[in-house]
Design a binder for this molecule. Sequence first.
Ligand code: MG
Ligand code: MG
Length: 257
Amino acid sequence: MDWARQIHIKSPAEVEIMREAGRINATVHATVRELLKPGVTTADLNAAAEEVLRKHNAVSPFKNYPGPYPYPASITVCINEELVHGIPSKKRKLKNGDIVSVDCGTLFEGFVADSAFSAGVGKLSSAAQKLLDVTEGALKAGIDKMRPGNRTGDVSAAIQQYVESRGFYVTREYTGHGVGRQMHEGPQVPNYGTPGRGLLLRPGVTIALEPMVLVGTHKTKVLRDQWTVVSADKSLTAHFEHSIAVTEGEPLILTVL
Ligand code: MG
Ligand code: MG
């Protein structure tokens, strides 16, 4: 993925704006989550997200994001084996037992917040529920390492260790990333890594951490729509993401209400 590698340290005032953007993003997620029912289309989810953004004078940095062709929607919606970058469609209806992963960004007053969640439609199988629990747990394990004095490799390694020790796989091709005025800034923060390596964390570093977890393989492929990324073996996947600011004390999760 080709994005600016520059790392921007945010002032407290900038972090505060990102916190506002993060609140809006969390509101989008809460709204979309309510709609996760059989028969709802993924385009319905996108429309609901756009409505929330509009009400808050915000837009999605996903819309027209450069790629094989400009990304056509404000959120991505992925079902089951779809890992990331699924394009909402009027033809795609949610079904009972699906895992749905929703990723959204909010651009507000010049700053971006980026977060994602996976959830079940109706009742999930216990295997699917375990996948969600492990992926969310991996995000928490990564966030807990977002402290001054640690390095991004400590964060990456914590995510990888959490996931692989529970028998699942982390993707290699798609990574967490710095976030700020741009949705994708430096540093890249993979979901695998070596403790002690990478960027030294200090207050004002803001990173979107996003474990992408697969049941059967770490390998992925891209569908013919040129955006949607699926597990290479069609096994289930999940994706949780928060934008986090490093502070003097506890990590500040920006993308909550
Ligand atoms: Mg995201
Ligand atoms: Mg992201």
